[in-house]
Design a protein around this ligand. Structure first.
Ligand SMILES: Cc1cc2nc3c(=O)[nH]c(=O)nc-3n(C[C@H](O)[C@H](O)[C@H](O)COP(=O)(O)OP(=O)(O)OC[C@H]3O[C@@H](n4cnc5c(N)ncnc54)[C@H](O)[C@@H]3O)c2cc1C
Length: 401
């Protein structure tokens, strides 16, 4: 009989919510790094679907183009991380549990909140009932089906931001039988340098996209977009791309959120009210020297990696480091063979340098395709995912180390 008593440390349970760009980065990094430390830890990734959604390609899905089948459980194979498919319905930040739609309850010691965001359909009347969105693959497929059946008519793309521009160009290229009008408050490409902006406008013109800027959309009807001064812009189909909203789960759980419902983080990406919750990607309000980061894949993946690094440092008894991120580019597709890449300063303001045409289209495709192989590399070499521009003086916050 063994008279020795072994004191086993209970494993530290890390749960990652959301298998998008940021959540995947966090889960793969955590799985790769927690296997190399003394403290036993489990990693569980919870998300609505097994198939990874390449949000950067949703405008392609919306025009009937096939995109790759990428399996989240397959990517996690061999890492030790567990995948749980389910829709998160509640978070109890005091009890440190997460509830999933089939009434399973998952306990956590540390949570990584990476639930992203969806198109805001509530801000303008009629959007919820009459407009399509690119919130997810089902929504994009629904639009693809509608466009394929339309035959002729007008598609109004509401929102002249980059998602609106990419969508209008893609629809016009794939459906030359349809009239496409891009309607929005601002001038498309207004944040770019004059050469990049001119290329963007010339491409929209070449594709036959009518641009209606300076229009504040007040309502969406079944057959029109109505401006704030009462003009009806006839449309058989409306695609709404303006504004995003995040899940109400964090606010409902009592976490400190900003005016848009995003979790307010400290420099290590921990919730300022609940430090055992890390927030990353579009669901987080992360302050840098230039202001609060806006939702992008280029910034989202580094936030996931950094949260994982912070968690591992804490498990090792060290202090997490401050997160720093500087933007470097804005690649915008203009159909499949054209694009414009605006290179930026770390605060996202445009530099003079830009890329246009086929070379830009190749650049954009390389960027769009890169996250999945990046996760694959990180499984074996986690350090390979830890490179991104820190942004120098642009991102420094007074008091940062
Ligand atoms: C058409 C389009 C083009 C874009 N182009 C670019 C671009 O060129 N460059 C760029 O940098 N950014 C681009 N973006 C923005 C970019 O896609 C987002 O910033 C990025 O996806 C944010 O990553 P994330 O991990 O925070 O969220 P997401 O990628 O949205 O992932 C969130 C995950 O959480 C899951 N989820 C959400 N709620 C729940 C729940 N309650 N329960 C379970 N699972 C849940 C979702 O299913 C999803 O898997 C584009 C967006 C769109 C729509």
């Amino acid at each position: 009989m063994n008279t020795h008593t072994t004191r086993e440390t209970a494993p530290h349970h890390i749960v990652v919510l959301g298998a998008g760009y940021a959540g995947m980065a966090a889960a793969v990094q955590l799985a790769a790094r927690t296997g190399r430390i003394k403290t036993p830890a489990t990693v569980t990734l919870v998300s609505a679907q097994e198939r990874f959604t390449e949000r950067l390609r949703l405008h392609m899905t919306a025009t009937g183009q096939e995109v790759a089948e990428l399996s989240v459980p397959e990517m996690l194979e061999g890492t030790g991380a567990r995948f749980v498919r389910g829709w998160v319905t509640a978070l109890d930040a005091d009890a440190r549990t997460v509830r999933i739609d089939d009434d399973r309850v998952l306990p956590y010691d540390t949570l990584v909140y990476a639930l992203g965001g969806v198109t805001d359909t509530a801000a303008v009347p009629g959007v919820e009932d009459h407009a399509f969105t690119l919130s997810g693959p089902e929504e994009a497929q629904a639009l693809a089906g509608r466009l394929a059946r339309l035959g002729s008519g007008t598609v109004a793309v509401a929102g002249s931001g980059l998602t609106g521009v990419e969508s209008a160009a893609e629809i016009a290229e794939r459906h030359p039988e349809l009239d496409v009008v891009l309607v929005g408050r601002g001038e498309p490409g207004a944040a770019m340098n004059p050469r990049a902006g001119a290329h963007l406008h010339a491409a929209l013109d070449r594709l036959g996209v009518a641009v209606r800027s300076g229009v504040e959309v007040a309502e969406v009807l079944p057959d029109a977009v109505v401006s704030s001064d009462g003009e009806h812009i006839a449309a058989d189909v409306v695609l709404w791309t303006s504004g995003t909203r995040v899940s109400p789960l964090a606010a409902a759980a009592g976490l400190e959120v900003d005016e848009r419902g995003r979790i307010v983080t400290d420099t290590a990406l921990r919730s300022v009210s609940h430090p055992d919750v890390y927030a990353v990607g579009d669901a987080a309000a992360i302050r840098q020297g230039y202001g609060v980061m806006h939702g992008t894949c280029q910034g989202g993946m580094p936030t996931g990696v950094h949260a994982a690094l912070s968690i591992v440092r804490v498990l090792r008894g060290r202090q997490p480091k401050p997160f720093r991120f500087g933007y470097y580019h804005t690649p915008v597709s203009l159909g499949r063979d054209d694009a414009v890449v605006q290179f930026t300063r770390p605060d996202d303001s445009p530099r003079r340098i830009c890329l246009t045409g086929r070379a830009a289209a190749r650049y954009k495709e390389t960027v769009t395709a890169s996250p999945w192989p990046t996760y694959g590399r990180m499984k074996k070499m986690p350090a390979s995912g830890a490179f991104w521009p820190r942004g120098g003086r642009f991102t420094r916050i007074r008091g940062d180390r």
